[in-house]
Ligand binder design. Structure first.
Ligand code: NDP
Length: 487
């Protein structure tokens, strides 16, 4: 496999370039260097990708499910075999440290392809006895789906959308974020090598306008977006105008609630993972950490001690824990929120500024930052920052914390730390969030449905639940007797 994609788009089983599209660079955010120049899809490229998907889908849907299953599982194996080079590419494109990309990106994509490969050959309909006559249901593909990705987990997002879509017999045209355009192309290349018919998975590059053209194209049956709430609102409205099905994986401001009786070290670990992994650029992060007053000071002390041990630096060094933010605009946004937090009167426990990293003067590094004494009305506690900024809020009782945790238009995720098993389940039952954890945070195995309530999303990815969002039921009534009419 070549280390880098050789052209901007992947259509009909091969790389395609078009000089007509607007050029844009892919930047390594640790150094500011351009690692590739790509071109946005023009109308001809968009049309070619969709036409190729329409043809590919007919061939793919006619295959035996077991054949579809073996292609997906072969692709999973190839992703694993090439994990190291794919991880390096993902690190260069996103700035996330290799320590993470080696285990969380292509590896997660492989799990997803394996899981939906296994499900592909076990999808069934229903037999319904009607007393003499009968009915049955067929689970059928939707047709051609559009996938639109965010920049934080590029290959994972592409695989989380492609695997269930393809398992159900659909084709896909995928548009990565223009900030991280490369690894989805490698996924397409691998799927072809694994035996996927040409046209079943296509990748085209571009900005929001290319995404919008996909959404409104009459041949697109369904749109799956991972992105922010404002983009989700626009895309869902566009899709709704054509009554297209949607899956929306959007942003969050999720609560992580730590009760006095929690295992302190585990709770601190979870708060670290929930705020500083991927430099905090994770949709489900537990960015509002509610800590009960009896454990709060010990929690903050340990958090500060352990955060001081974080290694910021060269993302390609496997010992590095924290890399740069993905782009200059994200870097500016995060630093802006940090200064807002200071201005709003939150107490800075650690971090609080851009980080200077030797040999990476132009890198977009920000210190992992913890604010304590955060109150519910502060903007840093209400708005999604999407960077390494943790807000710690205090609470006294279960009755006090639940309405505060729910007081947000988001509803993506939530976590509870307590040794009291009844309280854990009671509190989880009252939290308005689509994905929850008890005594851990941010683990997203493919077996478990993932997605948001309220404005954080529509539909679910992963688990059996995803099948419902990439297939439709056809009911068939079978008459076993004669047909009578009134006249
Ligand atoms: P954006 O919402 O800015 O963009 C998401 C994708 O949509 C990009 O590919 C973007 O293209 C495209 N897009 C933008 N405008 C339109 C439009 N009008 N029509 C169609 N497509 C459009 O999100 P980010 O890439 O900045 O990602 C960060 C956000 O994603 C955060 O809010 C985060 O919480 C959320 N997210 C949610 C996840 C989940 O599973 N719930 C997981 C990961 C992230 P372009 O890049 O050119 O703007």
């Amino acid at each position: 496999m070549r280390a880098q994609p050789t052209a901007s788009h992947y259509i009909g089983g091969r790389y395609v370039e078009s000089e007509a599209g607007e050029p844009f660079p892919s930047i390594y955010p640790a150094t500011g260097e351009a690692i590739a120049t790509l071109r946005s899809a023009d109308d001809a490229i968009i049309a070619a990708a969709i036409a190729s998907a329409v043809e590919g889908q007919k061939i793919w849907a006619a295959k035996a499910p077991s054949e579809r299953a073996s292609v997906l599982r072969r692709a999973a194996r190839m992703l694993r075999e090439r994990n190291h080079e794919l991880s390096v590419l993902e690190t260069l494109d996103t700035g996330k440290p290799l320590q993470e990309t080696l285990v969380a990106d292509a590896a997660s994509g492989a799990e997803c392809l394996d899981y939906f490969g296994a499900l592909a050959s076990s999808l069934t309909g229903e037999y319904i006895d009607l007393g003499g006559s009968f009915a049955y249901t067929r689970r059928e593909p939707l047709g051609v789906c559009a996938g639109i990705g965010a920049w934080n987990y590029p290959i994972q997002i592409a695989a989380w959308k492609a695997a269930p879509a393809l398992a159900c017999g659909n084709a896909m045209v995928f548009k990565p974020s223009e900030i991280t355009p490369l690894s989805a192309l490698k996924l397409a290349e691998i799927l072809t090598e694994a035996g996927l018919p040409d046209g079943v998975f296509n990748v085209i590059q571009g900005f929001g306008d290319v995404g919008a053209k996909l959404v409104t194209h009459p041949s697109i049956a369904k749109v799956s977006l991972t992105g922010s709430v404002p983009t989700g609102t626009k895309v869902a409205a566009l899709a709704g105008a054509h009554l297209k099905k949607t899956t929306m994986e959007l942003g969050g401001k999720s609560p992580l609630i730590i009760f006095d009786d929690a295992d302190l070290e585990s709770a601190v670990s979870a708060a670290i993972n929930a705020n500083f992994y991927s430099s905090g650029q994770i949709c489900s992060n537990g960015t509002r950490v509610f800590v009960q007053s009896g454990i709060r000071d010990r929690f903050l002390d340990r958090l500060a001690e352990r955060t001081a041990n974080a290694r910021l630096g060269d993302p390609l060094d496997e010992a590095t824990n924290i890399g740069p933010l993905v782009s200059l605009s994200q870097y500016d946004k995060v630093l802006h929120y940090i200064s807002l937090g200071k201005g709003e009167g939150a107490r800075l426990i650690c971090g609080g500024q851009a980080a200077k990293v030797p040999d990476f003067q132009d890198g977009l590094f920000v210190e992992p930052t913890v604010f304590a004494d955060v109150t519910d009305d502060m903007r840093i506690a209400r708005e999604e920052i999407f960077g390494p900024v943790m807000c710690v809020l205090s609470f006294e009782s279960e009755d006090d914390v639940i309405p505060r945790a729910n007081d947000t238009t988001f509803g993506l995720a939530a976590g509870v730390f307590t040794r009291d098993i009844q309280r854990a389940h009671r509190v989880i039952g009252k939290l308005q969030a689509g994905t929850c954890w008890i005594n851990t945070y941010n683990l997203t195995p493919v077996e478990m449905p993932f997605g948001g309530n309220k404005q954080s999303g529509i539909g679910r990815e992963n688990g059996h639940a995803a099948i419902e969002h990439y297939s439709q039921i056809k009911s068939v009534y079978v008459e076993m007797g004669s047909v009578e009419a009134a006249f």
